[in-house]
Write a protein that binds this ligand. Sequence first.
Ligand code: SF4
Length: 379
Amino acid sequence: MRRLKANFGQTVQNGYRVWRVIDADLLAVQWQADLQFLVQAPTATQRSLVAQYQASGLSNVDWVAATGLEPGDIVSADPERSEVTVLYRESDVHHSLQLTNRCNSYCLMCSQPPTLQDDAWMVEETLDAIRHLTVSPQVLGLSGGEPLLLGPHLRTVLDSVGFQHPGTRVELLTNGRLLADLDQSHALLNGLSTPVTWLVPLYGHADFLHDFVVQTPGAFEQTLSGLLNLQRYSQPIQLRIVLIRPVLETLPALCTFIGRNLPFVKEVALMACEPIGFALANRELCEVDLLEWQESLQQASHQLARHSVPFLFMNAPLCALPRALHAYAHRSISDWKKVYAPACDACQMKSNCSGFFSWYERGWKPAKVIQIMNEEYVA
Ligand code: SF4
């Protein structure tokens, strides 16, 4: 999430209130009594205009001044720190909202280490953000932590997306473990009309492999049961495999397992590890050079193709993949996280390449950067 330095009008308080950023000349068109509006007002003249709105009874309008804000941004305000957090940016290619920081797993490479505190306010913030969107996104990511820990509130969030943005597909990132419970899966999935794709990680073809990566005994069995329950309710599933060392060591076997036992999944995403959070603490297990695992990637892809399971690569720059797999690479890194290395400037594939997470310099790149010129790797 982007955090920007900001000044606010006097009615803006700290708290879990969500605001839509707006240009003054659009206020008359977009104003609704049940929404909150922050008018971009860097000058005294613009602020006095907002004061006039307030004096005429618009109590849900105030002003903000911050470099880097855009009209349509959905934000939360922190006047005590003179900070605004952009929860959602209309002009981004990828859109997502975070539902909780809590999690019931403890993955070796977790990019967002879980916290224990009650953060039910995040659900309220998400529901508020969904209400404040000006334009319905085609796809809205929902993530945690572990969203299933929300219990019935998750269904409330999904129903809210479906009601207010009927053309939007949700992509929900979950470890799927709590869906092993028949009552919980029934309560969540029965009659669900909001289109959801379930993004569920699987890290091994045997319990001890998966359970080691997620650092939770019993997780493999629960996730498999959860996947079967999703299938029972005809829900589309994208399996997610993060390419860290213990996973890469048995990756072809995992893909064979998926092809044989989970052929109903919509697709499998093979993802380079994000070098942040627990991945930095478990660097010896998480830092890999994908160029050294080309054979494993090719075998894994072959197994998925052999079983007619669609697959794609995410977060992996093109030069980290065998050329035969370039067609499966997806530009998946969110705009605000994505950067390129200086050497990328001369690469002819830059416009098709996912690039790197912006924090790669503190961590690592998924492979050595090798420019591609005229379809040749140039070391
Ligand atoms: S050199 Fe840079 S732009 Fe080219 S494929 Fe590698 S990472 Fe992508």
